[in-house]
Design a protein around this ligand. Structure first.
Ligand SMILES: *Cc1c(COP(=O)(O)O)cnc(C)c1O
Length: 370
Protein backbone atom coordinates (compact mmCIF):
# COMPACT_ATOMS: atom_id res chain seq x y z
CA UNK A 1 0.00 0.00 0.00
CA UNK A 2 1.30 3.48 -0.85
CA UNK A 3 0.49 5.48 2.28
CA UNK A 4 -0.86 9.01 2.27
CA UNK A 5 2.02 10.24 4.42
CA UNK A 6 5.36 8.83 5.49
CA UNK A 7 7.58 10.80 7.87
CA UNK A 8 10.94 11.53 6.27
CA UNK A 9 14.04 11.16 8.42
CA UNK A 10 17.21 12.93 7.35
CA UNK A 11 19.48 10.55 9.26
CA UNK A 12 20.85 13.07 11.76
CA UNK A 13 17.88 13.12 14.15
CA UNK A 14 19.18 10.55 16.63
CA UNK A 15 22.71 11.96 16.48
CA UNK A 16 21.46 15.40 17.53
CA UNK A 17 19.20 13.91 20.18
CA UNK A 18 22.23 12.11 21.57
CA UNK A 19 24.16 15.40 21.58
CA UNK A 20 21.33 17.07 23.44
CA UNK A 21 21.22 14.26 25.98
CA UNK A 22 24.99 14.46 26.50
CA UNK A 23 24.87 18.16 27.35
CA UNK A 24 23.02 17.12 30.49
CA UNK A 25 20.26 19.65 29.80
CA UNK A 26 17.25 18.22 28.05
CA UNK A 27 14.46 20.47 29.34
CA UNK A 28 13.34 23.36 27.15
CA UNK A 29 15.01 26.50 25.82
CA UNK A 30 18.51 25.04 25.46
CA UNK A 31 20.99 25.24 22.59
CA UNK A 32 18.96 23.35 19.98
CA UNK A 33 15.83 25.36 20.77
CA UNK A 34 17.80 28.56 20.29
CA UNK A 35 19.38 27.33 17.06
CA UNK A 36 15.96 26.49 15.63
CA UNK A 37 14.41 29.78 16.74
CA UNK A 38 17.29 31.85 15.34
CA UNK A 39 17.10 30.02 12.05
CA UNK A 40 13.41 30.77 11.56
CA UNK A 41 13.79 34.42 12.60
CA UNK A 42 16.65 34.98 10.16
CA UNK A 43 15.30 32.93 7.29
CA UNK A 44 11.75 34.27 7.29
CA UNK A 45 11.94 37.67 8.96
CA UNK A 46 9.80 36.84 12.00
CA UNK A 47 10.53 39.29 14.82
CA UNK A 48 10.45 36.58 17.51
CA UNK A 49 10.02 32.82 17.38
CA UNK A 50 9.31 30.47 20.28
CA UNK A 51 9.14 26.72 19.73
CA UNK A 52 6.04 25.06 21.17
CA UNK A 53 4.94 21.48 21.70
CA UNK A 54 2.40 21.78 18.87
CA UNK A 55 0.74 24.27 16.56
CA UNK A 56 -2.34 23.90 18.75
CA UNK A 57 -0.26 25.21 21.66
CA UNK A 58 1.04 28.07 19.52
CA UNK A 59 -2.54 28.99 18.64
CA UNK A 60 -3.48 28.88 22.33
CA UNK A 61 -0.61 31.25 23.05
CA UNK A 62 -1.93 33.55 20.30
CA UNK A 63 -5.42 33.52 21.82
CA UNK A 64 -4.01 34.45 25.23
CA UNK A 65 -1.76 37.16 23.76
CA UNK A 66 -4.69 38.59 21.82
CA UNK A 67 -6.43 38.82 25.20
CA UNK A 68 -9.51 37.00 23.92
CA UNK A 69 -12.26 37.16 26.56
CA UNK A 70 -15.64 35.52 27.01
CA UNK A 71 -18.02 36.85 24.37
CA UNK A 72 -15.36 38.15 21.99
CA UNK A 73 -15.78 37.18 18.37
CA UNK A 74 -13.12 35.65 16.15
CA UNK A 75 -13.55 35.22 12.39
CA UNK A 76 -12.02 32.21 10.62
CA UNK A 77 -12.81 29.76 7.84
CA UNK A 78 -14.95 26.74 8.66
CA UNK A 79 -12.89 24.48 6.43
CA UNK A 80 -9.96 24.08 8.80
CA UNK A 81 -8.54 21.85 11.51
CA UNK A 82 -10.27 21.89 14.89
CA UNK A 83 -7.24 23.49 16.59
CA UNK A 84 -7.74 26.76 14.72
CA UNK A 85 -11.05 27.18 16.54
CA UNK A 86 -10.49 25.41 19.83
CA UNK A 87 -7.63 27.68 20.90
CA UNK A 88 -10.05 30.63 20.88
CA UNK A 89 -13.04 28.68 22.18
CA UNK A 90 -11.04 27.81 25.32
CA UNK A 91 -10.75 31.55 25.99
CA UNK A 92 -14.54 31.86 25.73
CA UNK A 93 -14.70 33.29 22.22
CA UNK A 94 -17.59 32.93 19.84
CA UNK A 95 -16.31 31.66 16.50
CA UNK A 96 -17.81 33.34 13.47
CA UNK A 97 -17.15 31.10 10.50
CA UNK A 98 -16.66 32.60 7.05
CA UNK A 99 -17.01 30.70 3.82
CA UNK A 100 -14.12 29.55 1.63
CA UNK A 101 -13.38 30.92 -1.81
CA UNK A 102 -15.09 29.09 -4.69
CA UNK A 103 -11.82 27.90 -6.19
CA UNK A 104 -9.72 27.15 -3.12
CA UNK A 105 -10.43 26.50 0.55
CA UNK A 106 -8.87 29.75 1.83
CA UNK A 107 -11.17 32.27 3.53
CA UNK A 108 -13.22 34.40 1.12
CA UNK A 109 -12.13 37.94 1.99
CA UNK A 110 -15.31 39.47 0.55
CA UNK A 111 -17.31 37.54 3.19
CA UNK A 112 -15.38 38.91 6.17
CA UNK A 113 -16.41 42.56 6.42
CA UNK A 114 -20.17 41.94 6.87
CA UNK A 115 -19.32 39.62 9.78
CA UNK A 116 -17.37 42.24 11.75
CA UNK A 117 -19.16 43.62 14.83
CA UNK A 118 -18.10 45.69 17.85
CA UNK A 119 -17.20 42.38 19.54
CA UNK A 120 -14.84 41.17 16.82
CA UNK A 121 -11.26 40.93 18.09
CA UNK A 122 -9.35 38.89 15.55
CA UNK A 123 -9.27 37.32 12.10
CA UNK A 124 -7.56 33.96 11.73
CA UNK A 125 -6.70 33.20 8.10
CA UNK A 126 -5.58 29.63 7.39
CA UNK A 127 -3.12 29.19 4.52
CA UNK A 128 -4.62 25.94 3.32
CA UNK A 129 -2.14 23.59 1.63
CA UNK A 130 0.53 26.22 2.25
CA UNK A 131 -1.10 28.57 -0.30
CA UNK A 132 -1.28 32.19 0.84
CA UNK A 133 -4.54 33.93 1.68
CA UNK A 134 -4.83 37.43 0.25
CA UNK A 135 -2.98 39.00 3.16
CA UNK A 136 -3.01 42.60 1.87
CA UNK A 137 -6.80 42.67 1.96
CA UNK A 138 -6.93 40.98 5.36
CA UNK A 139 -4.41 43.42 6.87
CA UNK A 140 -6.34 46.35 5.40
CA UNK A 141 -9.55 45.14 7.04
CA UNK A 142 -7.73 44.61 10.33
CA UNK A 143 -6.38 48.16 10.14
CA UNK A 144 -9.77 49.62 9.38
CA UNK A 145 -11.50 47.89 12.32
CA UNK A 146 -8.54 47.65 14.68
CA UNK A 147 -8.41 43.84 14.72
CA UNK A 148 -5.57 41.42 15.27
CA UNK A 149 -4.55 38.98 12.55
CA UNK A 150 -3.32 35.56 13.61
CA UNK A 151 -2.09 33.41 10.73
CA UNK A 152 -2.70 29.68 11.02
CA UNK A 153 0.42 28.82 9.05
CA UNK A 154 0.49 25.18 10.22
CA UNK A 155 0.93 23.98 6.63
CA UNK A 156 2.76 27.02 5.34
CA UNK A 157 6.45 26.69 6.20
CA UNK A 158 8.68 28.16 3.48
CA UNK A 159 5.78 29.63 1.53
CA UNK A 160 5.43 33.26 0.47
CA UNK A 161 2.95 35.99 -0.40
CA UNK A 162 4.28 38.78 -2.62
CA UNK A 163 7.78 37.87 -1.50
CA UNK A 164 6.97 37.90 2.21
CA UNK A 165 7.12 34.67 4.21
CA UNK A 166 3.76 33.40 5.39
CA UNK A 167 3.61 33.87 9.13
CA UNK A 168 5.54 37.15 8.91
CA UNK A 169 2.59 39.33 7.84
CA UNK A 170 -0.04 39.04 10.59
CA UNK A 171 0.53 40.22 14.15
CA UNK A 172 1.38 36.63 15.02
CA UNK A 173 1.33 33.18 13.48
CA UNK A 174 1.36 29.49 14.39
CA UNK A 175 3.25 26.70 12.62
CA UNK A 176 3.17 22.91 13.01
CA UNK A 177 5.94 20.30 12.97
CA UNK A 178 3.52 17.39 13.34
CA UNK A 179 4.70 14.33 11.42
CA UNK A 180 2.28 15.09 8.57
CA UNK A 181 3.85 18.48 7.81
CA UNK A 182 6.84 19.34 5.55
CA UNK A 183 9.42 19.41 8.35
CA UNK A 184 8.63 17.48 11.48
CA UNK A 185 9.44 16.82 15.11
CA UNK A 186 6.84 14.12 15.82
CA UNK A 187 4.65 16.61 17.62
CA UNK A 188 5.86 20.20 17.61
CA UNK A 189 5.17 23.75 16.55
CA UNK A 190 6.14 27.37 16.89
CA UNK A 191 4.67 30.79 17.42
CA UNK A 192 6.05 33.62 15.29
CA UNK A 193 5.47 37.12 16.63
CA UNK A 194 5.74 40.10 14.33
CA UNK A 195 4.26 42.85 16.48
CA UNK A 196 6.83 43.81 19.11
CA UNK A 197 4.13 44.67 21.65
CA UNK A 198 3.54 40.96 22.23
CA UNK A 199 7.08 39.61 22.52
CA UNK A 200 7.71 40.18 26.20
CA UNK A 201 4.41 38.71 27.28
CA UNK A 202 4.83 35.74 24.92
CA UNK A 203 8.03 34.72 26.69
CA UNK A 204 6.21 34.84 30.02
CA UNK A 205 3.19 32.86 28.88
CA UNK A 206 5.57 30.29 27.34
CA UNK A 207 7.32 29.73 30.68
CA UNK A 208 4.34 29.08 32.98
CA UNK A 209 3.58 32.74 33.60
CA UNK A 210 7.04 33.51 34.95
CA UNK A 211 9.60 36.10 33.85
CA UNK A 212 12.29 33.44 33.66
CA UNK A 213 13.56 34.64 30.27
CA UNK A 214 14.19 38.17 31.58
CA UNK A 215 15.97 36.70 34.59
CA UNK A 216 18.34 34.65 32.45
CA UNK A 217 19.15 37.72 30.38
CA UNK A 218 20.00 39.51 33.63
CA UNK A 219 17.20 42.05 33.22
CA UNK A 220 15.62 41.26 36.62
CA UNK A 221 17.37 39.84 39.68
CA UNK A 222 14.82 37.17 40.50
CA UNK A 223 12.00 35.51 38.66
CA UNK A 224 8.49 34.69 39.73
CA UNK A 225 4.87 34.38 38.79
CA UNK A 226 3.79 37.50 36.90
CA UNK A 227 1.04 36.46 34.46
CA UNK A 228 -1.07 33.59 33.13
CA UNK A 229 0.59 30.91 31.01
CA UNK A 230 1.38 27.26 30.67
CA UNK A 231 4.26 24.96 29.85
CA UNK A 232 4.25 25.60 26.13
CA UNK A 233 7.93 24.93 25.44
CA UNK A 234 9.19 21.60 24.06
CA UNK A 235 12.15 19.68 25.46
CA UNK A 236 15.58 19.81 23.82
CA UNK A 237 14.96 16.27 22.51
CA UNK A 238 12.25 17.66 20.23
CA UNK A 239 14.34 20.67 19.22
CA UNK A 240 17.32 18.44 18.38
CA UNK A 241 15.11 16.33 16.10
CA UNK A 242 13.77 19.47 14.46
CA UNK A 243 17.28 20.83 13.87
CA UNK A 244 18.13 17.80 11.73
CA UNK A 245 15.04 18.55 9.65
CA UNK A 246 15.85 22.24 9.35
CA UNK A 247 19.30 21.43 8.00
CA UNK A 248 17.58 19.54 5.18
CA UNK A 249 14.71 21.95 4.64
CA UNK A 250 15.74 22.96 1.12
CA UNK A 251 16.21 19.34 -0.06
CA UNK A 252 12.85 18.40 1.38
CA UNK A 253 11.16 21.37 -0.26
CA UNK A 254 12.75 20.72 -3.63
CA UNK A 255 11.63 17.11 -3.62
CA UNK A 256 8.06 17.84 -2.50
CA UNK A 257 7.65 20.60 -5.08
CA UNK A 258 8.96 18.30 -7.79
CA UNK A 259 6.35 15.66 -6.78
CA UNK A 260 3.71 18.39 -6.84
CA UNK A 261 4.72 19.46 -10.35
CA UNK A 262 4.66 15.86 -11.54
CA UNK A 263 1.09 15.47 -10.26
CA UNK A 264 0.09 18.81 -11.75
CA UNK A 265 1.40 18.05 -15.24
CA UNK A 266 0.66 14.33 -15.22
CA UNK A 267 -2.99 14.66 -14.20
CA UNK A 268 -4.03 17.72 -16.22
CA UNK A 269 -5.62 15.97 -19.21
CA UNK A 270 -7.13 13.18 -17.15
CA UNK A 271 -8.68 15.65 -14.71
CA UNK A 272 -10.25 17.73 -17.47
CA UNK A 273 -11.73 14.62 -19.05
CA UNK A 274 -13.30 13.60 -15.74
CA UNK A 275 -14.52 17.04 -14.72
CA UNK A 276 -12.08 17.10 -11.81
CA UNK A 277 -10.28 20.29 -10.79
CA UNK A 278 -6.61 20.26 -9.87
CA UNK A 279 -4.94 22.71 -7.52
CA UNK A 280 -3.84 26.06 -8.87
CA UNK A 281 -1.54 28.62 -7.29
CA UNK A 282 -2.60 32.30 -7.29
CA UNK A 283 -0.13 34.73 -8.90
CA UNK A 284 0.77 36.40 -5.61
CA UNK A 285 1.48 33.11 -3.80
CA UNK A 286 4.14 30.40 -3.92
CA UNK A 287 3.79 26.65 -3.64
CA UNK A 288 5.58 24.89 -0.76
CA UNK A 289 4.68 21.37 -1.88
CA UNK A 290 2.76 20.65 1.30
CA UNK A 291 -0.19 19.01 -0.40
CA UNK A 292 -1.63 18.02 -3.74
CA UNK A 293 -5.40 17.81 -3.83
CA UNK A 294 -8.14 17.32 -6.39
CA UNK A 295 -11.67 18.69 -6.28
CA UNK A 296 -14.03 16.06 -7.65
CA UNK A 297 -17.25 16.88 -9.52
CA UNK A 298 -19.35 15.21 -6.80
CA UNK A 299 -19.22 13.35 -3.50
CA UNK A 300 -19.99 10.12 -5.38
CA UNK A 301 -17.12 10.57 -7.78
CA UNK A 302 -14.78 11.16 -4.85
CA UNK A 303 -15.97 7.99 -3.07
CA UNK A 304 -15.51 5.97 -6.26
CA UNK A 305 -12.05 7.35 -6.82
CA UNK A 306 -11.01 6.58 -3.22
CA UNK A 307 -12.29 3.01 -3.64
CA UNK A 308 -10.58 2.57 -7.00
CA UNK A 309 -7.26 3.83 -5.63
CA UNK A 310 -7.53 1.59 -2.59
CA UNK A 311 -7.81 -1.39 -4.92
CA UNK A 312 -4.72 -0.08 -6.69
CA UNK A 313 -2.92 0.11 -3.30
CA UNK A 314 -2.92 3.92 -3.12
CA UNK A 315 -4.28 5.67 -0.06
CA UNK A 316 -5.94 8.98 -0.99
CA UNK A 317 -7.85 10.80 1.75
CA UNK A 318 -10.45 13.53 2.12
CA UNK A 319 -9.92 16.32 4.60
CA UNK A 320 -11.85 18.54 7.01
CA UNK A 321 -15.52 18.26 7.87
CA UNK A 322 -16.62 21.92 8.02
CA UNK A 323 -16.37 23.00 11.65
CA UNK A 324 -19.71 24.84 11.57
CA UNK A 325 -21.44 21.48 11.14
CA UNK A 326 -19.33 19.59 13.71
CA UNK A 327 -21.11 17.93 16.64
CA UNK A 328 -19.46 20.35 19.08
CA UNK A 329 -20.18 23.59 17.25
CA UNK A 330 -23.26 23.15 15.03
CA UNK A 331 -25.67 24.41 17.72
CA UNK A 332 -23.45 27.43 18.38
CA UNK A 333 -23.17 28.35 14.70
CA UNK A 334 -25.51 31.09 13.48
CA UNK A 335 -27.12 28.91 10.77
CA UNK A 336 -25.58 30.73 7.80
CA UNK A 337 -24.91 28.34 4.94
CA UNK A 338 -21.26 28.03 3.94
CA UNK A 339 -21.58 26.55 0.50
CA UNK A 340 -17.96 26.42 -0.59
CA UNK A 341 -16.77 25.09 2.73
CA UNK A 342 -19.27 22.23 2.42
CA UNK A 343 -18.25 21.68 -1.18
CA UNK A 344 -14.63 21.09 -0.15
CA UNK A 345 -15.82 18.86 2.70
CA UNK A 346 -17.62 16.66 0.16
CA UNK A 347 -15.31 16.78 -2.83
CA UNK A 348 -11.71 17.54 -1.92
CA UNK A 349 -9.32 14.59 -2.17
CA UNK A 350 -5.67 14.62 -1.09
CA UNK A 351 -3.17 12.43 -2.94
CA UNK A 352 -0.13 10.82 -1.27
CA UNK A 353 2.63 13.38 -0.66
CA UNK A 354 5.91 12.63 1.07
CA UNK A 355 9.63 12.78 0.35
CA UNK A 356 10.12 9.15 -0.69
CA UNK A 357 6.95 8.96 -2.80
CA UNK A 358 7.09 7.21 -6.18
CA UNK A 359 4.85 9.81 -7.78
CA UNK A 360 5.15 8.43 -11.32
CA UNK A 361 3.68 5.16 -10.17
CA UNK A 362 0.74 6.91 -8.47
CA UNK A 363 -0.01 9.06 -11.51
CA UNK A 364 0.10 5.98 -13.75
CA UNK A 365 -2.59 4.36 -11.63
CA UNK A 366 -4.78 7.44 -11.32
CA UNK A 367 -4.99 8.11 -15.05
CA UNK A 368 -6.43 4.64 -15.60
CA UNK A 369 -9.54 5.64 -13.66
CA UNK A 370 -12.45 6.82 -15.78
C1 LIG B 1 -1.75 20.49 11.47
C2 LIG B 1 -2.61 21.67 11.66
C3 LIG B 1 -2.86 22.22 12.93
C4 LIG B 1 -2.44 21.56 14.21
O1 LIG B 1 -1.11 21.31 14.32
P1 LIG B 1 -0.57 20.47 15.60
O2 LIG B 1 0.90 20.73 15.56
O3 LIG B 1 -0.93 19.04 15.34
O4 LIG B 1 -1.20 21.03 16.81
C5 LIG B 1 -3.60 23.38 13.01
N1 LIG B 1 -4.08 23.99 11.92
C6 LIG B 1 -3.90 23.49 10.69
C7 LIG B 1 -4.45 24.22 9.50
C8 LIG B 1 -3.17 22.30 10.51
O5 LIG B 1 -2.99 21.80 9.29
Amino acid sequence: MIPFNKPYLTGKETQYIEEAVKTGKISGNGLFTQKCQNFFEEQYGFKKVLLTTSCTDALEMCAILANIQVGDEVIMPSFTFVSTAIAFVRQGAKIVFADSLPDNPNIDISKIEPLITSKTKAIVPVHYAGIACDMDSIMALADKYNLLVIEDAAQAIDSFYKGKALGSIGHMAAFSFHETKNIIAGEGGMIAINDERFINRAEIIWEKGTNRAEFFRGEVNKYGWVDTGSSFLPSEVIAAFLWAQIENLQFIQKKRISHWNYYHNGLKTWAQKNNIKTMSIPDNATNNGHMFYLVCKSFEQRSNLIEYLKKESVLAVFHYISLHSSPYYKDKHDARELINSDLFTDRLLRLPMFYELDVENVVKKIVKYE
